[in-house]
Design a protein around this ligand. Structure first.
Ligand code: FRU
Length: 491
């Protein structure tokens, strides 16, 4: 369905409750629906927002257009969890209902300040001529999930920054408040991460300037920047749009990158002694707008939107789109990030099946279905293909091709029932150490696969759209493999 601007920006109160109920039912009954990942109750989900720990529970919000699979008038939907795995929905938290966020409550962050959760976000406002003003806004959330917006905007873009000025992350350092924000320079239309400061939070914000990442160019816009500490290292996670792939190779329409540094200079905004190059946070097809956070005890977690801007997905015609990744715990060593599932994901495991294949059979499970975890170790110097969600004759599947001799892993989603976003290719490859055993921790959830490689040294995340009757989990030929397969329960 083609959406007109008027349909996409129709105020929420002009939609009926019945319309919403129908959309919710349609999303619930979709064969491709996720069972243990955050997904939209109805309509479209994009960026994770306000990922935080407050009042003894985890919070995450997501960008939502609840009335269909299009990027319409955005709001924040609220989820909470006791363990980062079992999430409960509390519905709409930030509605686009003031002058300042009339055309969307866009992305932002959350931080506990004096016993309340402070939400900082971008309000998208357009005038009658459709000229946009991005307001940086604030709101408090109390222990009863009551949200009270600040009366006045915190600040707007100065004339040196275009209308592309959004996604603030609220930070605190040495008793002062800071925000990093994705921005586009008015003069040369290049992307930057901008740093702002205030000693009062609700007032007194001023610009400190572009953060120097030690990189020549970040493309024409940077979205969703996050600065966190991982095992003592400063890590900036961000989405540079229009980045030259010579600077850092990527295959997706827009990448989600990270860059680490020894420290962060708040006075003269800069990453100090940064890595020479930024790296892809995820080597799969669909990760974007990852939001990360630190806990009081110094742990670091991240959650990603699995979906990309400006692309279409097969469930669009069922009026819902996209999902969230599982939460990943972050570590830093040997010059890179490691991402792994959080321990509570094991609570979803049902009866295990041990895998001990010594070159005789190729099938792991003829009825594995599409909701399971598979932890697999493949000895060095083997090549082959693991077919996931496969048809009996292997003509349809997501194919994971491994070569532990050369040290390569390729995921091919081209042979599924509804291949997706073909303009960006059907396969993704990562390089691994040659002549070494390979460990894969694979999570499948109906239309989402997350592959954690060698203790999270690489992660490959993808949506796939295959007939749910394709239940086979098998190698293309007998190989050597050990591991465990678990069906997983709903969250
Ligand atoms: C990233 C993004 C953000 C923006 C939000 C709007 O996907 O474009 O920059 O705040 O989505 O939904």
């Amino acid at each position: 369905m083609e959406w007109t601007r008027e349909q996409r920006y129709r105020p929420y109160d002009q939609h009926s409750a019945l319309e919403l109920l129908k959309l919710q039912r349609q999303a619930d009954n979709s064969p491709e629906q996720l069972k243990y990942h955050i997904r939209p109750t109805s309509g479209l989900l994009n960026d994770p927002n306000g990922f935080s720990y407050f009042n003894k529970e985890w919070h995450v919000f997501y960008q939502s257009f609840p009335f269909g699979a299009t990027h319409g008038l955005k709001s924040w939907m609220h989820m909470t969890s006791p363990d980062l795995v079992h999430w409960r929905s509390h519905g709409l938290a930030l509605a686009p209902d003031t002058e300042y966020d009339s055309h969307g409550a866009y992305s932002g962050s959350a931080r506990v300040v004096n016993g309340r959760l402070c939400l900082m976000y971008t309000g998208n406002h357009r005038d009658d001529d459709w000229v946009r003003t991005p307001y940086q806004l604030g709101a408090w959330m109390d222990h009863n999930y009551q949200v009270t917006k600040f009366d006045q905007p915190l600040f707007v873009n100065p004339s040196t920054i275009t209308e592309h000025f959004r996604d603030p992350q609220l930070l605190e350092h040495d008793g002062r408040f800071y925000a990093i924000i994705g921005s586009q320079d008015a003069e040369n239309k290049r992307g930057h991460i901008d740093l702002w400061e205030s000693d009062q939070l609700e007032h007194g914000w001023h610009e400190l300037g572009h953060v120097d990442l030690g990189q020549d160019d970040l493309g024409y816009m940077v979205e969703c920047p996050n600065l966190i500490t991982v095992d003592g290292r400063q890590v900036m996670i961000f989405c540079p749009q229009g980045l030259d792939p010579q600077v850092a190779p990527y295959d997706n329409i827009y990448p989600d990158m990270y860059l680490t540094a020894e420290s962060f200079d708040y006075d003269h905004p800069a990453m100090i002694n940064p890595d020479a190059h930024m790296q892809n946070l995820d080597d799969g097809f669909d990760v974007y707008a990852t939001q990360a956070m630190n806990t009081a005890d110094g742990k670091a977690y991240a959650i990603s939107w699995v979906g990309l801007p400006d692309l279409e997905y097969p469930t669009d015609n069922q009026n819902w789109a996209n999902c969230m990744s599982q939460v990943k715990e972050l570590h830093y060593h040997d010059g890179q990030l490691y991402q792994n599932p959080v321990p509570a994901i094991r609570d979803l495991r049902q009866t295990d099946q041990a895998i001990n294949i010594d070159g005789q059979v190729e099938t792991i499970n003829p009825e594995a279905g599409q909701q399971f975890e598979l932890n697999l170790t493949l000895p060095a110097d083997q090549t082959g293909t693991l077919h996931v969600a496969a048809k009996e004759d292997l003509s349809k599947s997501v194919a994971i091709n491994f070569d532990t001799q050369a040290g390569k892993l390729t995921i091919d989603r081209g042979h599924t029932d509804q291949p997706t976003n073909l303009d960006y290719g059907t396969s993704r490859t990562v390089d691994l150490p040659a002549h070494q055993a390979l460990n894969l921790d694979i999570f499948v959830d109906h239309s989402l696969i997350e592959v954690f490689i060698n203790d999270g040294a690489k992660v490959m995340t993808l949506r796939y759209f295959n007939n749910q009757a394709n239940q086979l989990l098998a190698f293309d030929h007998p190989v050597q493999a050990t591991g465990t397969w678990w069906p997983l329960s709903d969250m």
